[in-house]
Design a protein around this ligand. Structure first.
Ligand code: PEP
Ligand code: MN
Length: 340
């Protein structure tokens, strides 16, 4: 249930409603907009209904949320869109985020080279995995803490906020020291203990869609993070499994307008993993921007031929400035600003 407070409702009135909701064993999530405060009551709907909150001082009206996801639903924010802001860099609403960097952190030279290039070209954030989910247990698994240190160095030098994957709750303390945005990989989208733990860190979360997950599954997964009181969740379409074998995954661009209708959360597109080859990455990026995505997260490497992981799909650093210009132009046509 959503309790919409009157314009000008006082802090005491809001606190009183929260108290009543909690008294019946439900949890209350506040969303404070410019004019209105909306309180999401999560739990047994009948118990909340029995409170008769429509008659309580400061309450304007009650709206039942029909979707199984509550805090993620577009209804919860009454049309307002979530903007995730880190160090003044914004993604969501009118702001388009250009997140770029290597698939995996390999070395100091590679990390700093890529970070400098993407920063000079106006990227919003730097991506890079220190913990990698690999299909084969015999493949390189990431540099771990040493990789996190390199990301920290790149951040200290460029000021770029860091997006990096958390794969295991046991690594959460190390990862939060460096990450501004915790990436939850496609294979972990339904790892609910990991989602809860990521939510508790208070860091922004980039939640990638599972390989075979529906948009409802994705939104329910986001609810695990949101319910921890962490409103900064970005959803990421990265390609799903279909019967098509001509490319690695099918990038589901329809997820963009569909999610825009269902949720207020920013929608980011990963144009790299579905094609699996770099020459198709610009087309998917421009299409994502044109379709109304709030950002892209793209793989870039200073020496793609020798990359340890995902080299064929990495844009070479030498191409990145041109690529960024094109994406920026299309994002602007779609009514967004790219903030570096
Ligand atoms: C990645 O971003 O490098 C990655 C492993 O992504 P996904 O979880 O979408 O496969
Ligand atoms: Mn990758």
């Amino acid at each position: 249930m959503m309790i919409v407070m009157k314009e000008g409702a006082t802090a005491e009135q809001i606190a009183h409603v929260v108290e009543r909701i909690e008294e019946v064993g439900c949890s209350a999530h506040l969303s404070t907009g410019e004019l209105l405060t909306v309180i999401g009551a999560i739990g047994d709907r009948d118990r909340v209904a029995a409170l008769g909150l429509e008659m309580t001082d400061g309450v304007d009206h009650l709206v039942p949320i029909l979707k199984p996801y509550k805090l993620a639903s577009a209804q919860f924010k009454k049309g307002e869109r979530t903007v995730v802001e880190i160090d003044g860099r914004r993604i969501g609403g009118d702001h388009f985020g250009l997140i770029a960097g290597p698939c995996t952190i390999e070395s100091r030279e590679q990390t700093l080279d890529v970070a400098r290039v993407v920063n000079d070209a106006g990227a919003t954030m730097l991506r890079g995995g220190a913990y990698k989910p690999r299909t084969s247990p015999y493949s390189f698994q990431g540099l771990g803490v040493a990789g996190l240190r390199l990301l920290q160095e790149a951040k200290d030098e460029t000021g770029l906020p860091i997006v990096t994957e958390l794969m295991d709750v046991r690594d959460v303390e190390d990862v939060v020291e460096v990450a501004d945005v915790i990436q939850i990989g496609a294979r972990n989208m339904q790892n609910y203990t990991l989602l809860t733990e990521a939510g508790r860190t208070g860091k922004a979360v980039l939640l990638k869609r599972g390989l075979s997950s529906t948009l409802d599954d994705l939104l329910m997964a986001s609810e695990y993070v949101l319910k921890e009181g962490n409103p900064n969740v970005m959803l990421c379409e990265r390609g799903i499994r279909t019967f098509e074998t001509a490319y690695r995954f099918t990038l589901d661009l329809l997820a963009i307008p569909a999610l825009r209708e269902l949720t207020h959360l920013p929608i980011v597109v990963d144009p790299s993993h579905a094609p699996g080859r770099r020459d198709w990455v610009p087309a998917m990026s421009l299409a994502a921007a044109a379709a109304g995505a709030d950002g892209v997260i793209v793989e870039v490497h200073n020496d793609p031929e020798h990359a340890i992981c995902d080299g064929p799909q990495a844009l070479p650093t030498s191409d990145f400035a041109d690529y960024a210009d094109q994406v920026r132009r299309v994002a602007e046509v779609a009514g967004k600003l790219v903030t570096a």
